[in-house]
Design a protein around this ligand. Structure first.
Ligand SMILES: Nc1ncnc2c1ncn2[C@@H]1O[C@H](COP(=O)(O)OP(=O)(O)O)[C@@H](O)[C@H]1O
Ligand SMILES: [Mg+2]
Length: 234
């Protein structure tokens, strides 16, 4: 597992790096006196450098949540505030694909025991995926509901479903999606700037919160990622 991971990371870093080196060579050689090509190549180089930055940020986030997985969160937080913030910050990105985010938040939800910044990361990753893999001009729904029992426990909690329209995920791929660097559609992930680590990060944070992640997809129609979190006791 570990050797595999190192090989994957090396591979993911090598491709933006070799692209950068290639363009540096071109800028020094054939494109030397071509300001138009120079401008275009610099744009590509910036995008590749940003890709590598995202990869490193996600690797650091993953390493942090993996080490903390066995430490129980301590804060009592209002999930609604986290979700409102995620919906607000991601609505800009949604607009770029002419999508919108509908947050359906019932009144009077109980608090959860958790880390606000980690749960923000969970819903941000899920909403970004819904934007990236959802159909342009469709709506993303974030449906929040109270449950008397959440999966894997006998305890009550909150369910948050992030639902999008679109191509979806073949059933055979679903069990592997939370593996590091696993992508159902490599080309599309790459085009949208994905690192392949988002759902691995989500999985570890949910485990730390003693929660549960359910993934369902009807290809060509609807895909939902539902996060169950136990409600705070006392
Ligand atoms: N809402 C979705 N609809 C369709 N496919 C999805 C969705 N969310 C995630 N996926 C698939 O799961 C893969 C892993 O997701 P993730 O870990 O966030 O990595 P990334 O988005 O960087 O590729 C994606 O590459 C994509 O193939
Ligand atoms: Mg993602």
């Amino acid at each position: 597992m570990r050797a595999d991971f190192v090989a994957n990371v090396s591979h993911e870093m090598r491709s933006p790096l070799s692209s950068l080196l290639g363009f540096i060579e071109t800028l020094r050689g054939p494109a030397r006196d071509d300001p138009e090509a120079t401008e275009r190549f610099l744009g590509i180089m910036e995008a590749e450098a940003q890709r590598m930055t995202r990869l490193i940020n996600d690797l650091l986030a993953l390493s942090k949540v993996e080490t903390e997985e066995h430490i129980r969160p301590e804060n009592v937080i209002e999930l609604g505030a986290v979700l409102r913030q995620v919906a607000a910050t991601q609505s800009v990105r949604a607009k770029e694909r002419r999508m919108k985010i509908d947050l359906n938040l019932p009144e009077g939800l109980p608090n959860v025991t958790g880390e606000a910044d980690e749960l923000t990361q969970v819903f941000q990753n899920l909403v970004v995926n819904a934007i990236n893999y959802g159909r342009p001009e469709s709506a993303i729904r974030v449906e929040v509901s109270l449950r008397s029992v959440i999966p894997g426990t006998d305890d009550p909690g909150i369910a948050v479903a992030v639902i999008n329209q679109g191509d979806g995920i073949p059933p055979t791929e679903i069990p592997r999606l939370t593996e590091r660097f696993y992508r159902a559609d490599k080309g599309r992930s790459r085009k949208m700037g994905g690192t392949g680590l988002g759902l691995a990060i989500v999985k570890h944070i949910i485990a730390r919160h003693r929660g549960y992640l359910d993934i369902e997809s009807i290809p060509g129609e609807e895909t939902s990622f539902t996060v169950y979190l136990p409600q705070s006791i006392g």
